[in-house]
Design a protein around this ligand. Structure first.
Ligand SMILES: [Zn+2]
Length: 205
């Protein structure tokens, strides 16, 4: 049974309704944070290859059920894989969201995100949370390292796999950080669909 979702409730509402305690999401985005692949073509290709299935929610944030090829395109850690593909009594269930392409590189971060490190001297940028609003409204802002004084855009700091910048995100709910990683075949598929490289990280709201 797929949930009946009205035209007014978007994917975000869906996620909120079924996930009071957010386990986490696996996020896929382009290596180049400025890249803006065609979302419609990408979704079509992911559906064709069975990564995503039926559309669950109308609205700005498109939400999809997992497709028949989903489990073969991710590698799961541990032997007990508990993937619920249907909503059940408010428990987290696995689905995929593809929000609209953003105008500029945008930072996705969560409670698991730690201060990024300078790639030159490894110093941490401790006040990154206070800088987020500025980065969102000043897409070309550079960040000067408090230790070595080198200036780089915020996406060239080392966020590890705990956050990251991009314009288009594929968000796989609900995946605990490191519980699942994309296979080389999934990266190949993304590269073929968009002509650009991809990477992944994890976010917990
Ligand atoms: Zn530095």
């Amino acid at each position: 049974m797929l949930p009946k979702v009205s035209a007014t409730s978007g994917g975000l509402d869906l996620a909120r309704r079924v996930a009071p305690n957010h386990t986490g999401r696996l996020v896929l985005t382009t290596l180049d944070p400025h890249a803006s692949p065609q979302r419609v073509l990408l979704v079509e290709m992911l559906a064709e290859k069975g990564f995503i299935g039926e559309r669950l929610a109308q609205g700005e944030v498109a939400a999809y059920a997992i497709g028949p090829g989903f489990l073969s395109l991710l590698t799961f850690a541990g032997c007990a894989v508990r993937i619920r593909s249907e909503p059940d009594a408010g428990a987290p269930f696995c689905h995929i969201q593809v929000p609209p392409v953003r105008e500029h590189p945008y930072l996705l971060a969560g409670r698991n995100t730690r201060a990024p490190r300078c790639v030159g001297c490894r110093a941490r940028l401790l006040d990154w949370r206070e800088r987020r609003a500025h980065w969102a409204s000043h897409p070309h802002a550079g960040v000067t390292c408090p230790t070595c004084r080198e200036t780089r855009p915020p996406w060239l700091w080392d966020w590890k796999q705990q956050g990251g910048f991009g314009r288009l995100f594929i968000q796989i709910e609900e995946i605990f950080p490191d519980e699942a990683t994309p296979t080389p075949a999934l990266f190949d598929l993304l590269i073929r669909a968009t002509g650009t490289g991809w990477r992944h990280f994890y976010i917990q709201d």
